[in-house]
Design a protein around this ligand. Structure first.
Ligand code: ATP
Length: 231
């Protein structure tokens, strides 16, 4: 699905990601790490919101290193940022409709039905301005809009940061449900390692912009933590 080869990226002259190489298959891939580890920078670099300073990104076998964020989205890669993920002055319905700007196979009606099937709570709020939603509701709208894009790969940047425990559990369940039922691959960055390990197939731990380790069996790491090991 995604092949990352020796990428480097950052902000101006400041290099934040140093030579990262990894592959993502059809799976839930969790990127873990402390504040400042580089999780958001990595997500933005894959989505081409930030330019590459070196290396290559291949998506579904195609080199997308030179493409813009819009071109990458049109190829089926949707990015849900941690902040600023809804247009506050637009209604929920208008926010969702933006996901239809890119042509897909399904009609808008079909896509909306799918989104409301996964997130029934936001159906109640279709005429409400997105800026008046709670953090959890806004995340659902942003997630829903990404689903409307009919993407094959979803990048979710710390989607549960700042959410109440009720929303955190619900959100992780929805991520798993979408992966399983809608055949979507997911990369999710998280500080809440224990929660991410419950749904992830594979994990990467980032530290100071470098890969600290990659573990193919997220459930094995979860068992080790439950037995008292520290990662
Ligand atoms: P958090 O969990 O706190 O969101 P993170 O793992 O997502 O952290 P990043 O936001 O990717 O980490 O930040 C990685 C490094 O890049 C940090 O040292 C941060 O200070 C730096 N950084 C982030 N944004 C910018 C920016 N716009 N300009 C310069 N440096 C930045």
């Amino acid at each position: 699905m995604l092949k990352i080869n020796n990428i480097r990226s950052g902000y101006g002259d400041v290099e934040v990601l140093h030579d990262l190489t990894f592959d993502v298959k059809h799976e839930i891939y969790a990127i873990l790490g402390a504040n400042g580890a580089g999780k958001t920078t990595l997500m933005k670099t894959i989505a081409k919101v930030l330019p590459l300073n070196g290396g290559e990104i291949h998506f579904k076998g195609e080199n997308i290193s030179g493409l813009t964020s819009y071109q990458v989205a049109a190829k089926g890669l949707a990015f849900v940022p941690q902040e600023g993920n809804v247009f506050p002055t637009m209604t929920v319905m208008e926010n969702l409709s933006i996901g239809c700007v890119l042509q897909g196979k399904k009609s808008k009606k079909e896509k909306l039905e799918e989104v409301f099937d996964v997130f029934p709570d936001i159906y109640e709020r279709i005429n409400q301005k997105a800026g008046s939603l709670s953090g959890g509701e806004a995340q659902m709208v942003a997630f829903g809009r990404a689903l409307m894009q009919e993407s094959e790969l979803l990048l979710l940047d710390e989607p549960t940061a700042g959410l109440s425990p009720k929303y955190v559990d619900m959100f992780f369940n929805k991520v798993k449900e979408i992966h399983e039922k809608k055949n979507v691959s997911i990369i999710i960055s998280e500080q809440n390692a224990a929660k991410a390990l419950e749904i992830a197939d594979k994990i990467m731990v980032l530290n100071l912009g470098k890969i600290h380790f990659i573990e193919d069996c997220a459930k094995c790491v979860l068992s080790m933590i439950q037995e008292g090991y520290r990662i």
